[in-house]
Design a protein. Structure first.
Lengths: 282, 334
């Protein structure tokens, strides 16, 4: 099956229409210090169970910070994030991490770990203080590596892996966390075209086959068009558009996001969309 | 099928066996050969029993303090390297030892010779100095933001190190010749602690630090991946960093007050251990503590015998081994 044939945006229900809400950010704002400006400004988003949502926006629009608020690793300055019906900031880090996993843009190690060691660290929130990973944890880690096509890398030193392999190992670690929600910060930003396709196909598979809910921040409009059913568009810390990809990925919205004139093509047979940037507007 | 628990147990037991062997053998070796049966025998009166006096008064305290200081510095090195995400950090990077040294220098210069419960004023003053340094560095690192900024921690430590060094030079300049010699000897790092009382005095602090170390390893693994990743994996980063910083600093302060600032143990030992067994802190931390104990006792054994009957301060030996090792690490990494 080719990558393009998998891409079927809009086939599943859209953001505000489908199943139970998994994560709900209710009018959240955030600044990094008291004097600093708001990086996220009164944002409300809902991530429903089983969805795959893209977060688009120019550099500095607050995407990464929004992901931090959604994962609970930062507390909103105002507003609140709810996981199911519970306030995320009232949960311990450990408890929140059993539901939500994060894949950062890049993972730099200070020390040399093997790939399987990195993946096993994903089990942390499920282990007691002095508990060591048992057979069940190792099994889960191996499954996560199999799902990301990294099983053969298990005993390789992480720092010797290629960019794409590293990213897939880090995704495996997040999966070993057994999360219901996986948040990824520009997961394909530093990858070449081949790995971009590989990782995006993997994410789509996780969503469709394993039922993991995903939110992905990205600069790659075509990636978003290919795999995200819903989009959140951010600029200057605010959400300027949100909804089904087929509805909101329009030339008008691309212009509002990036000041770029773009053609958006919808391919008849597959419903596949592509975005071709034309020129930067003054 | 891999068994992680078994691997941890096997490696730690191997290091434990090595450390015990070194600690048992070391007091038997020295510039004077002694008879063990005579040292442990009760036939001869204590005051007449030279072998027993050498064993129990001269050598055993030195070996025990070497083991404690080595274990503390090596473990503190492991914890701080993970906390700062910098494999080249040492227990002395954060200025704790400079504070301790300044405390000791002041005590020597003022000629404070009062002691509490048989512990001389120098280790007490040096421990107090390390607490002051810990306080200053921590206050600086937490002033800018809610968390603990490891960058500020590093910079504050380095700055504090050179500032305290200047004060140490000043104190030395104004002190007289005898005091200067004593101060320099202290700065070399010497395990000739002259009895058990200072060991007993340092023990509660060291035990407290090691008690905290026992909770840290898996969290340290995650902290080395970065604060954001650690938080996302369920680590309460702020609290973990605080525990790591204070326990490692406490261990360093107690170790330096006991043996002086013995250099390079806190970087050589963690790296040797990582080369042998990888980076998992659940193995590295206990193994480094045990190997640090053995390494320091062996270095001190060398120091006491290499120019016998002259007994060198152990700090000279560790620096002779550690300096080139550190440079080799730098070259290898780049």
């Amino acid at each position: 099956m080719s990558f393009r044939a998998r891409a079927t945006p809009g086939r599943r229900p859209s953001l505000f229409l489908d199943g139970p809400t998994l994560l709900w950010a209710d009018n959240v704002s955030f600044r990094y210090s008291t004097a600093a400006p708001l990086v996220v400004n009164e944002v409300t988003v809902r991530l429903n169970d089983g969805t795959l949502t893209g977060i688009l926006g120019p550099n500095g629009s607050g995407k990464t910070t929004l992901l931090r608020l959604l994962s609970g690793t930062r507390r909103p300055t105002a507003g609140r994030v709810h996981l199911d019906d519970r306030a995320l900031d009232r949960m311990s880090r450990r408890e929140a991490a059993r539901h939500i996993a994060v894949v950062p843009q890049e993972t730099e190690l200070a020390f040399e770990y093997t790939a399987i060691e990195i993946v096993l660290m994903g089990r942390h929130p499920h282990l007691g203080l002095f508990t060591v990973e048992g057979p069940a944890d190792i099994e889960l880690a191996q499954q996560a590596m199999a799902a990301t096509g990294t099983a053969h890398l298990a005993d390789r030193p992480f720092h010797q892996l290629s960019g794409g392999e590293k990213q897939r190992v880090v995704i495996a670690a997040a999966l070993a966390q057994s999360p219901r929600l996986l948040l990824l910060d520009e997961p394909t930003a530093s990858l070449d075209l081949g790995y971009q396709l590989e990782v995006s196909a993997l994410l789509q598979r996780l969503n469709l086959e394993q039922g993991v809910t995903l939110a992905i921040s990205t600069h790659d409009l075509n990636l978003a068009a290919a795999i995200c059913r819903d989009l959140i568009m951010m600029r200057d810390g605010r959400v300027i558009a949100t909804g089904a990809t087929t509805d909101v990925l329009t030339p008008e919205n691309v212009r509002r996001l990036y000041d770029v004139e773009a053609d958006v093509h919808v391919h008849g047979d597959t419903g596949h969309m592509t975005v071709v940037p034309v020129r930067r507007l003054p | 099928m891999m068994n992680i628990r078994r691997r941890i147990a096997m490696v730690v037991l191997a290091f434990l066996a090595f450390a015990i062997a070194v600690i048992v053998v070391a007091p038997m070796v020295g510039s004077t050969s002694i008879s063990l049966s005579k040292a442990f025998g009760r036939s001869v009166d204590w005051n007449e029993n030279v072998d027993a006096q050498i064993f129990f008064v001269a050598r055993l305290p030195r070996v025990l303090s070497g083991a404690l200081v080595g274990a503390a510095l090596a473990a503190a090195g492991v914890v701080l390297q993970a906390l700062l995400r910098n494999p080249l950090a040492t227990p002395f990077t954060l200025g704790v030892s400079a504070g301790a040294a300044l405390g000791a220098m002041v005590a020597i210069a003022i000629g404070l010779d009062v002691g509490w419960f048989g512990v001389s004023s120098v280790p007490i003053a040096s421990f107090a100095g390390s607490l002051v340094a810990i306080g200053i560095v921590y206050a600086l690192a937490t002033s800018q933001r809610r968390g603990l900024s490891t960058n500020v921690l590093l910079l504050a430590g380095v700055t504090l190190n050179s500032f305290f060094s200047a004060l140490i030079l000043f104190v030395q300049y104004v002190s007289d010749f005898t005091q200067s010699v004593r101060a320099v000897r202290w700065l070399m790092g010497d395990l000739d602690v002259g009895g058990y009382s200072s060991i007993v005095a340092a023990l509660p602090m060291l035990l407290a630090a090691f008690g905290v170390f026992a909770f840290l390893p898996r969290t340290l693994n995650l902290l080395t991946l970065g604060e954001d990743v650690a938080a996302a994996r369920g680590v309460d980063v702020m609290s973990a960093q605080r525990w790591a910083f204070f326990s490692a600093s406490l261990a360093t302060g107690a170790a330096v007050s006991l043996g002086g600032p013995i250099g390079f143990i806190g970087i050589v030992v963690p790296h040797l251990v990582r080369l042998m067994i990888g980076s998992d802190h659940r193995i590295v931390l206990p193994a480094a503590a045990l190997f640090g104990a053995a390494f320091t006792v062996l270095c001190d054994l060398t120091a006491r015998t290499i120019m016998a009957p002259l007994e060198l301060p152990v700090g000279i030996i560790t620096a002779l081994i550690g300096g080139p090792f550190f440079l080799w690490l730098l070259v290898k990494r780049s």
